[in-house]
Design a protein around this ligand. Structure first.
Ligand code: IPE
Ligand code: IPE
Ligand code: MG
Length: 249
């Protein structure tokens, strides 16, 4: 399959995806939620592979929220095992393809073996410059805003742009600009505590397609629609074309 490449100004855009609908996909297929999560993880591989060719420079994927701990223990264990397998199997390929992996969210509550896999994947891919792949795991946007604000207060840096620097969870550095396009699959139209600060001027795109079925072509269609949106950033008429320019103005 060949995807038309979408030209973007030098750096490309930041796309964030709420990958929702694995459970409903499973209901329609095998009735095992674990199969839905496995199909979802396989789709992450396809989407990551297609992203750079579609003009995406940073891709933030919502994999597991802080509130998802309330799910049955078996499902939580299954998702954690898939995440660990993804990090362990994709590190080498991501390194080869210039994809830098960063896991955002809090490391507390994660099993030590998973924390080790995260550290290894981040270390292995640290030099990647083609795509910033950020995986939100044990993530709460409200928690990360609080941690960033604390961090800024301690260092006397309270401007909005400084808070933005430390939103990767536990007050760690984020290192990517705000979100340009937020996609939610699965039909719900809500943010579920994802990137509340970073989406201040994001374009929102909701699709009923369930995450395991959301193909690179669907991503391409979302980006094509995004390109036709007029972004104003509070101004009148078309002003900036990216959130990065908005911050720099
Ligand atoms: C998203 O799919 C994956 C996670 C939240 C971990 P869901 O498991 O929420 O799927 P639905 O919403 O029940 O279909
Ligand atoms: C959001 O989906 C979290 C992820 C996709 C990881 P949820 O399925 O947890 O969201 P709600 O509960 O429908 O708001
Ligand atoms: Mg859901």
């Amino acid at each position: 399959m060949r995807l038309a490449s979408v030209p973007f100004p030098q750096t490309g855009i930041h796309v964030a995806i709420i990958m929702d609908g694995n459970g409903r996909w499973a209901l329609a297929h095998t009735h095992e939620r674990s199969d839905g999560h496995r199909a979802g993880a396989d789709n992450v591989r396809r989407i990551v592979e297609a992203a750079p060719g579609l003009g995406i420079r940073a891709l933030t994927l919502y994999a597991f929220s802080r509130d998802n701990w309330s799910r049955p223990q078996g499902e939580v264990n299954n998702i954690m095992a898939l995440l660990r397998a993804f990090l362990e199997s994709e590190g080498e390929r991501c390194k080869r393809e210039g994809v830098r992996i960063q896991v955002i969210g809090s490391r507390d509550k994660l099993e030590y073996s998973l924390v080790r896999s995260i550290a290894a994947a981040e270390r292995q891919t640290a030099r990647g410059t083609r795509l910033d792949l950020r995986i939100a795991l044990n993530y709460s946007s409200r928690d990360s805003i609080l941690a960033a604000a604390r961090r800024c207060l301690l260092s006397n840096k309270s401007e909005a742009r400084k808070v933005s620097d430390f939103l990767a969870g536990d007050g760690r550095r984020a290192g990517v600009p705000d979100v340009d396009l937020l996609i939610r699959t699965g039909g719900e139209k809500r943010l579920s505590d994802f990137l509340l600060w970073e989406c201040a001027y994001a374009e929102l795109y909701f699709t009923p397609t369930l995450w395991p079925d959301f193909s690179p072509r669907d991503l391409e269609a979302a980006i094509a629609e995004f390109k036709h949106r007029e972004r104003r950033f509070g101004n009148i008429g078309k002003s900036s074309t990216s959130t990065q320019e908005y911050w720099l103005r």
